[in-house]
Design a protein. Sequence first.
Lengths: 113, 116
Amino acid sequence: SQKIEQNSEALNIQEGKTATLTCNYTNYSPAYLQWYRQDPGRGPVFLLLIRENEKEKRKERLKVTFDTTLKQSLFHITASQPADSATYLCALDGGSSASKIIFGSGTRLSIRP
Amino acid sequence: EAGVAQSPRYKIIEKRQSVAFWCNPISGHATLYWYQQILGQGPKLLIQFQNNGVVDDSQLPKDRFSAERLKGVDSTLKIQPAKLEDSAVYLCASSLGLAGAGYEQYFGPGTRLTVT
């Protein structure tokens, strides 16, 4: 069955360091992979989308890589700040109206001052 | 631009009762999604509409859950009768483009349902 794994439930790092979150998947061929941020009590907020034929995407302090051979995406936050503390979710989209969108369970990131 | 609106924000019911959730997507968005998010898990897609037609409802427990999207705009999700395991946050999301085209989703704040 289709499965997404996000590397750890929680990640705790020092302010100013780079946070790296991992999303691995099996039994799925995504056309797109998206990353969302979710704060407690709120709905997810879109951050970045990367297509299957793209290796890397950047937006300000965020960087996403996508390796369809390893079936893995890495999400990096450089120069991390306490305000980056949240849960980060990856989501796979098969790229057709018939394909189901699936979310990972998320990684809770805490940035300590 | 106004975001996705959901109501109510919180609901507490007893098992076997019924409940309905309402969602108003962003104006002009073709695709509407309902998700169930159990504490500590990622959102699980229940049903996906494109305009007023159902694209995917394969994970909707159809013996107790139903959903409709009226005139391709607002949507309601109903549970009847509720079970304890239905306790979760129900999220509505919408996207501008057609399902499967890689458009970002805009989420509402969710409805937290507690079944006792």
